[in-house]
Design a protein around this ligand. Structure first.
Ligand code: HEM
Length: 154
């Protein structure tokens, strides 16, 4: 596949990934979920389109879904639509290490009245397995893990 030069460092993400995760937080019960991530590269634009869906592992019932665009230049910029709308963060900015295949995203605060104060998400590729950790801070709790998942490319 021919990719836009700006996308090249992240091109390893392109494709469909499926796996499982675990969620929790000091204020909630922990839970297990299934997840599919889809990264596509539309035409020759310097973006990667991204969508995520998650479901309850035991029943298959849908949980959260997200979609948006990753724009790697000059900073990785991720705009996200989420259903259900849980937070007022419109975008995340990030950095990536193309050699280590680590992407770090950090929420940008946009007039946020929600209980969520900060979110970080780190994606790592090790031995062809993509994993990520989401941490969040709320008005009650400082930055702590909320989600952790492992996915394989289909
Ligand atoms: C709870 C934020 C992604 C499943 C929560 C809470 C917040 C939150 C603020 C309430 C915590 C509290 O009451 O103290 C976020 C953010 C996400 C995210 C910012 C994205 C980065 C997800 C995903 C899933 C999920 C992908 C499912 C796979 C849950 C569940 C609860 C919860 C089951 C507990 C029940 C509930 O309050 O609805 N999340 N979450 N979250 N989250 Fe997330």
């Amino acid at each position: 596949m021919v990719v836009h030069p700006a996308i090249e460092p992240l091109s390893y993400l392109i494709g469909t990934w499926r796996g499982q995760g675990e969620g929790g937080f000091p204020t909630i019960s922990s839970f297990a979920y299934g997840e599919e991530l889809n990264f596509t590269h539309p035409g020759n634009k310097p973006v990667i389109a991204y969508s995520q869906k998650t479901w309850k592992l035991n029943s298959g019932e849908p949980m959260h879904a997200e979609s948006g665009y990753w724009r790697p230049k000059p900073l990785l910029r991720l705009s996200v639509r989420r259903a259900p709308v849980l937070l007022k963060f419109r975008s995340k900015i990030g950095t990536y290490d193309a050699e280590k295949k680590v992407v770090k995203l950090q929420s940008e605060l946009v007039g946020n009245a929600s209980k969520v104060k900060e979110i970080t998400r780190v994606f790592t590729l090790v031995d062809e397995e993509l994993s990520y950790v989401v941490e969040m801070a709320t008005n009650l709790t400082d930055l702590q893990p909320h989600l952790k998942a492992y996915l394989k490319k289909l």
